[in-house]
Structure formats: structure tokens, C-alpha cells
Design a protein around this ligand. Sequence first.
Ligand code: ADP
Ligand code: MG
Length: 323
Amino acid sequence: MALGEFDLIGKYFTRPARRAVLGVGDDCALIAPNPGQQLAVSCDMLVEGRHFLPTVAPQRLGHKALAVNLSDLAACGARPLAFTLALAMPRVDEPFLAGLAQGLFALADAHEIELIGGDTTAGPLNLCITVFGEVPPGQALRRDGARPGDALWVSHPVGGGLGDARLALEVFRGRVALPGDAFDTVRRAMECPQPRVVLGLALRGLATAAIDLSDGLAGDLGHVLARSGVGARLVADALPASPVLAAQPLALRRECLLAGGDDYELLFTAPAGAQAAVQAAAAQAGVAVSCIGRIEAEPGLRVVDAEGRALADAPAGFDHFRD
Ligand code: ADP
Ligand code: MG
């Protein structure tokens, strides 16, 4: 007989509370942020066919559902504390649940956070996680702090770049063909993003504004510019690309770099003189950062090539209700 709702919560999603005052099993969970800290709260939903393909391994789905939420805490410079999971699935599939829980808890353990509650229901496959973090008052990284003259930075894997997740999606769509090992690399970027939590913490007091890249660089940068009331000059040729993406034709490369979603890197601004401090923060976090442009007073986004010539038809970001 298939497992019931409460048995499956007990078997796959209940572990002893360590840091939480009260974890899974009551009407509310109780968590105690450290004294004087503010709570940072964020929620991200993953819908099958929209945010992930049915072909994704359950472990990777569990990882990604939590990773995209931790990425939001990273973008705010918040330290993760705990999370809840709301899960809808068409039927009880134990191998799926076991894999999902494995991927989810592996990433949770890596960040020393715990699952404190949630909701479980039958329905189309859908995962919604809410993360809770903490940040000292006044120290959260926000979208509205970019100032003219600031340098524009983006994080990326050491030896890698942006846009690989989008390239993988184009392979799944049949638009691009890649050799097996190259496909594995970009597929991993799409399915196993690494949230830049340590970098976010290291950028407190240093970055003037930050956002995580989920819907494409150009669109996400647009949010920072709008909230900050500034513009930017972005050097397209300065955008970091992995060897696999760098081998693609220019138009596809630019599309993946500028408009590809699912990067989960941090885009941030910092005073022009803070270059050494930014590099030190990245080294501390074990990631690479590249300076990709600068903030200007004139509103709007100007995408230029290495010679400073404007790119006429720079690709835009992703909008769930338009694209
Ligand atoms: P209620 O009906 O009081 O809202 P539920 O019966 O839905 O509570 O859930 C029972 C307990 O199991 C609660 O503590 C809830 O937070 C927890 N829970 C439910 N689903 C999950 C899940 N997917 N992961 C973790 N905890 C869960
Ligand atoms: Mg209840």
C-alpha cells in the first residue's frame, strides 16, 4: 500500500531539530534568530515544465529547489537559518521522494540549516520552499544602492562563466547539439546551481547593491538600475564564458550570456576603488568575479562591445508572463 501523507512526511522530511526550537510535527515551527538580527525571508516555487524538465534526476531537483532559495539569501547578504517545503506531487513515488530528500538535505547540511516544516498535497508536481535567514540591521545588500561611478561585477565559477544553463536548455530544445561531456557540464550548471552564500556574506559593507541572476543578466540588471535610479554601461565582451559556451557562435553566446536564465550568480556593484577588496571577498568564497561594466547617472542599459561600440539588438531578460 502506498505511504500516507503523514507517514511520508515522517519518513522523508522529518529529522531531529537541532538549531530550531521546534521543528516538523507541530502547527508552527519555532526559530530563534540571534539577538539583534533581522529576519530575511524569501520564497521560490519550482513548477514542472516551467522551471525544470521531467527528465531531471530527483536528487538534482531537491538540490535546485533549495539552491535557488539560498541564492536569494546570498543576494541579500543574509546568513541562512532554516527553510520550509510545500510539496505537491501526483502520487507517492518512493524512489523519487528518497532522491529528492537526499539532494535537499545534502545542500541543507552543507549550509548547516534545517527543514522546519511545510505542506504536502496531491497535485501537479510543484515544490515551493521558503527560506529564513538573518542579517544585522542596515547591512542587507539591496537592489537600490547602486551609484554612478560604481563598478559592476558578476560572480562565476573559477574557469567558467554565465549562460551555461541556457545553453543546456537549448540542447534540450533541440536547437543546439553538444558532445556528451560538454552537455554533461552545461546540464550540471542548469540542474545543480551553487548558491553564492559565502560571497554574499563577504560582500556586506562592500557591495552597494546586489541581485542574484535568475531571469537573465540584462533583465536582472535592469531591476537594479530601476530600483537605484541609475543607468549602466555593460561590456558584452567582458562577460565570463565557459570553454563550452565560448566555442559557440557569437549570436548564441551573447544570447546565453545576456538573456540566459538560471545562472544563480551574484550581480553586484561596488565603489570603483574597491577592486582589491572585491577580489579578496571572492577569494574567501572560492569563486571568481569579473568586472563587466560601470554604473552611470543616465538611466537605461547601454550594452557595448570591447571597443565601446553599442550593440544594437542586445537580448533582454525573461518574463514568465511574456516569454
Ligand atoms: P497542518 O494541517 O497543521 O497545517 P500538516 O498536517 O499539513 O499541518 O503537517 C503536519 C506537520 O508536518 C507540520 O508540522 C508541517 O509543518 C509538517 N510538514 C508537512 N509537509 C512537510 C514537508 N513536505 N516537509 C517538511 N515538513 C512538512
Ligand atoms: Mg495545524
